[in-house]
Design a protein around this ligand. Structure first.
Ligand SMILES: [Zn+2]
Length: 157
């Protein structure tokens, strides 16, 4: 059973195969969310999004960030000083020489961005997010239902 409201209950992880999300994402969305790529700086319209609302995972629609934690980092990527508790999960990323902290949606595992410890108060954290990995839902709209990739995995027995 899962609760679709945002009280800090543990989010159930999906076991949807990563490739199942491809048909729900744009080509650039696949490159980032599924293949852990990085979009070009200043390419996302979410960079300049300043309305009140919620940023949800572009793949499964789990809410990941509130607009209240968004700030202008000047990097060209939408940036947040905190994520919704329990909704992102981190891992070390050794793609560059220096390890970085990769983070992803805890529900579907979709790549979102990298976290750094040079952010503003009150947390000092900077979640540097790919805009294409998020969808913005202004407060005037209802949040979309969580989705599971549209693939029902058949299991024997
Ligand atoms: Zn997700």
């Amino acid at each position: 059973m899962q609760d679709s409201n945002t009280e800090s209950s543990t989010v159930a992880k999906l076991d949807t195969p990563k490739d199942a999300w491809r048909h729900l994402l744009s080509a650039e969305g696949c490159r980032v969310v599924v293949d852990e790529g990085t979009e070009p700086a200043f390419s996302s319209s979410l960079n300049t999004e300043t309305r009140a609302g919620t940023f949800v995972c572009a793949a499964c629609f789990l809410p990941l960030f509130e607009s209240t934690s968004k700030f202008d980092s000047g990097t060209g990527w939408p940036s947040f000083y905190s994520a919704i508790e329990g909704h992102v999960e981190t891992k070390r990323d050794f793609k560059l020489v220096l390890p970085r902290t990769e983070y992803h949606c805890v529900r579907c595992g979709g790549h979102q961005g990298h976290a750094f410890s040079d952010g503003p108060e009150p947390t000092g954290q900077r979640y540097c997010n790919n805009g294409v990995a998020l969808r913005f839902v202004p407060d005037s709209e209802t949040l979309p239902e969580l989705r599971d990739g549209g693939v029902s995995v058949e299991r024997d027995s």
